[in-house]
Design a protein around this ligand. Structure first.
Ligand code: DX5
Ligand code: ZN
Length: 216
């Protein structure tokens, strides 16, 4: 299986979203990664449903929603109505994670759980069989353009082992500071999905950059 690439729209030009989404449509990008922030769970605010519901109309790619918000369960219906394929919620934001994961599935989406850099993999032990994907943060969430945390590579390799032991098909996604160099190490360690924001959108040729990430 070739690497799944999910460009993060956070790094797009919001004055030319139409143009940037059309570029992604023409590219080999597999999904579009949507970073939804509330200024509470993370120290930043991004975009919400008025924007997502508009862009849904023009994108040809599945949507990978990453909710960096407290009480993400309040928005399961809206995220489903926006047509998201994956709904990522943070482990750190969900005291009733099992219930939320079941709700996400009930609404026809694929549930994924995200871990902050400091959150240990062992906390996934009980929930892993219920997940379609685990998203490992390789930066502290809230901003694009941050430096990759190297310890994520070891974490990916450990998660790959946990998943293999269960004979499960849960995907491993990684988000933050990804370029060709860090992406290469992550894929070698067992990552299935790479999220890339600034590396794609600040590139001179984003379509070619996406192609190179996919070829890792
Ligand atoms: C960070 C977001 C990321 C971000 C990645 O909180 O979850 O998806 O857009 O941006 P880069 O690739 O620039 O680190
Ligand atoms: Zn993200």
């Amino acid at each position: 299986m070739s690497t799944i690439v999910a460009p993060s729209l956070l790094a797009a030009d919001f004055l030319h979203l139409n143009r940037d989404i059309e570029m992604l449509n023409r590219s080999e990008a597999d999904w579009i990664h949507l970073d939804i922030m509330d200024g509470v769970f993370v120290p930043n605010i991004s975009f919400g449903f008025p924007v997502i519901n508009q862009l849904r109309k023009i994108t040809l790619k599945p949507l990978d929603a990453h909710l960096m918000i407290v009480t993400p369960e309040k928005f399961i219906d809206e995220i489903a109505a926006a047509g998201a394929t994956y709904m990522n919620v943070h482990y750190e934001a969900c005291p009733h994670l099992h219930r939320i994961v079941q709700e996400i599935r009930k609404k026809g989406m694929k549930p994924a759980v995200t871990l902050n850099p400091h959150t240990p993999l062992s906390l996934l032990e009980e929930i892993l069989p219920d997940l379609e994907m685990v998203l490992l943060m390789s930066v502290n969430p809230g901003f694009g353009g941050q430096q990759f945390i190297e310890g994520t590579i070891r974490k990916v390799a450990q998660l790959r082992e946990m998943i293999a032991k269960r004979n499960s098909s849960t995907l491993i996604e990684v988000d933050g500071g990804i370029n060709l160099e860090t992406g290469r190490k992550l894929v070698d360690a067992g990552a299935d999905v790479l999220v890339a924001g600034s590396f794609v959108f600040s590139s001179d040729d984003p379509i070619e950059t996406i192609r190179q990430l996919k070829a890792l």
